[in-house]
Design a protein around this ligand. Structure first.
Ligand code: M6R
Length: 614
């Protein structure tokens, strides 16, 4: 939540900041602002409620002077509504310091009382930090020291960037439980919530650890901990190009990212399969626990949690290790039983979801070992885990997670096959067969995209007025039903619920009345003939009560035809691989429904891509 960018160097601050904010806008888009120090030492600040385009328009018609030191912010409101006044940057009381913030300052009421003699111009917690750092700068004359003393007073989660009129060519940053990375240029340096902020200028980046402070100048970067001790941060190369975070001709990021689902699976597999075996050197750090693990707990939120649910079916079946899946924000409040034989696997596209980060930290404190499945290099969750499996899906910009979902499932399956090999619960021949099935998924996903895209676009036109949709699935179809419902709620603002089809008769069938739209994931008759007829019976039961049915069914499954208003075909795949194919029509369906209603599919209301508050 909230995107942050900072720049010092010979280039145009406004260009760097606005370009960075454009690529970070997925993190929050209810207001935006920039502060730039011009060559005459004047601090120009411009901030506006609304999407970044509003600020960009204003800067064009009535701009501020450009310069070589600047900070920029795109906001997802926590304290105070999305107004011009609450937008960042906020200023110190003498107007000489500008500050931006991502996170929540939990003790802000107490600090506000201490600063009662100040005049407050916003309802934000951030303004407290600006006033505090401004005062401390006057006392110390040193921006880094002022920030260090200020953060010692702050409780909660924060990334803060600050700059001062009297310190041209300097931006300082501090982070606790919120993301911040450094971009290393030639004679220029950058700070950003993630590497997307500066990947157009440099591919060299450095991680900033928990409770650290960074000072960037055009020719230097200094990092210390909150106590002032020097720290040597880890450097890394950004593995993708700036163009990967651009729409590249697609009408929306979501459409582009759905089209990348086959590549996301292929990229997760790349370099990890040799001679019919899975090789995951990333797991060496936890090899000991993997050999003796007695229980796995997957923690995640939203779509990542549904990927975790799919992972459970496969990992448990293949490795025979008991596995639970839990929402991160519930996990640590129920005093779970954890020990050194428990492996806690977090799944997070952003690697910054605060609920998941806290759950990982909690699991480590309780003695469990932790593995992160993550998409974003340099993110906090992998850094705070014992090992990480990156999914390499490339940047996901649309708020609705799509390609990351199929890649997360793929990574979980690789983990399951690795565990099965270690424990000998599957024969090498069976593992090799399953690997071939996994390797066939990208081509089959291409077929699904070819067949489903235009067909779904066609029939959603007559469904745009739909008020409620029910999604049904059994076994591995159940998490897919949940994912389909989440996507529809999230981007098309249509009430939707996913149910396990077997649960229907225990209550939800009462919702079925004439015209109710129900989307059913139909398992292949070739995979398990006990599930297929049961789901077909469920369809008959809801049809008998007037439901309109869209079935997602395997090519050649004729049993569903008499009972469905529409059938979307997917190629045959083994039982664990079928849901990776079946989810794609649901992603397309949600996207088309949102488009048919004229909604912004990339930036749905009230949401942000990366949820960095609890
Ligand atoms: O970055 P993460 O994978 O940790 O995010 C978890 C959820 O916030 C995320 O999947 C959310 O549910 C998506 N907007 C769903 O499309």
């Amino acid at each position: 939540m909230c995107g942050i960018v900072g720049y010092v160097g010979p280039g145009s601050s406004l260009e760097v900041l606005m370009g960075g904010l454009r690529r970070l806008e997925y993190r929050g888009y209810d207001s935006a602002g920039v502060a730039v120090l011009d060559d005459d030492g004047e601090l120009g600040v411009r901030k506006r409620a609304g999407k970044l385009a509003v600020l960009a328009g204003e800067l064009e018609s009535d701009g501020i002077r450009d310069g070589h030191t600047g900070i920029g912010h795109t906001r997802w409101a926590t304290h105070g509504g999305p107004t011009d006044g609450n937008a960042h940057p906020h200023l110190g009381d003498d107007g000489r310091l500008a500050l931006i913030h991502n996170g929540i300052i939990e003790n802000f009421a107490e600090l506000k009382a201490e600063l009662a003699d100040e005049t407050f111009t916003s309802e934000t917690d951030t303004e407290i930090a600006a006033l505090l750092v401004g005062r401390l700068y006057r006392e110390t004359g040193d921006l880094t020291e002022a920030l260090r003393r200020a953060v010692a007073r702050l409780e909660g989660a924060f990334t803060i960037l600050a700059m001062h009129r009297d310190d041209p060519g300097v931006v300082v940053g501090a982070r606790r439980n919120s993301p911040l990375v450094i971009g290393l240029g030639e004679g220029e340096n950058f700070l950003g919530s993630d590497v997307a902020a500066f990947v157009a200028y440099t591919k060299r980046a450095m991680e900033i650890g928990q409770d650290q402070i960074v000072t960037i100048r055009p020719d230097s970067v200094e990092v210390t901990d909150f106590a002032g001790n020097p720290v040597t941060p880890t450097q890394f190369e950004i593995a993708w190009d700036a163009s990967a975070a651009e729409k590249g001709g697609w009408p929306s990021f979501m459409k582009k990212e759905v089209s990348e689902e086959p590549a996301a699976v292929a990229n997760t597999l790349r370099g990890r399969i040799h001679d019919g075996r899975v090789t995951l050197p990333e797991l060496d750090a936890i090899a000991e626990i993997l050999d003796g693990v007695t229980r796995i707990i997957v923690i995640a939120c939203g779509t990542a949690a549904y990927a975790g649910m799919l992972g459970r079916y496969a990992i448990e079946a293949w490795s025979r290790i008991p596995i639970d899946v839990e929402l991160s924000h519930e996990f640590r409040y129920r005093d779970p039983v954890l020990d050194e034989h428990t492996l806690v696997v977090s799944v997070s596209q952003s690697g910054e979801t605060m609920d998941t980060l806290r759950a990982v930290q909690y699991a480590r404190e309780k003695g469990a070992r932790t593995l992160a499945i993550c998409n974003t290099q340099g993110a906090t969750i992998p850094r705070e885990s014992d090992a990480v499996l990156y999914i390499h899906a490339g940047p996901e910009v649309a708020v609705a997670s799509t390609k990351a979902f199929v890649a997360q499932v793929t990574a979980l399956y690789l983990l399951g096959l690795d565990l099965a090999a270690r424990r000998g619960t599957l024969s090498p021949e069976r593992i090799a067969e399953l690997i071939v099935e996994l390797q066939n998924v990208p081509d089959k996903l291409d077929d699904v995209l070819d067949a489903a895209s235009s067909r779904i676009a066609e029939f959603t036109r007559w469904l745009a007025e739909t008020q409620s949709v029910i999604f049904l699935g059994r076994h591995v179809g159940y998490p897919v039903a949940l994912e389909g419902a989440l996507k529809l709620k999230e981007i098309a603002y249509i009430h939707a619920e996913g149910f396990a089809a077997g649960e229907l008769k225990h209550g939800p069938i009462a919702l079925i009345e004439p015209g109710q739209l129900v989307i059913v994931l139909v398992p292949s008759p070739r995979n398990d003939d006990s599930l297929h007829p049961k789901v077909v019976s469920n369809i008959q039961e809801i049809r008998a009560r007037g439901a309109r049915v869209i079935a997602i069914a395997e090519v050649g499954d004729v049993a569903v035809v008499p009972f469905a208003d529409e059938v979307i075909r997917i190629p045959f795949a083994g039982p664990f691989f079928e849901p990776i194919l079946g989810v794609v029509p649901l992603h397309i369906f949600a996207m088309e429904m949102a488009s048919a209603k004229g909604l912004d599919v990339d930036q749905p209301r009230n949401l942000a891509k990366s949820v960095t508050v609890e």
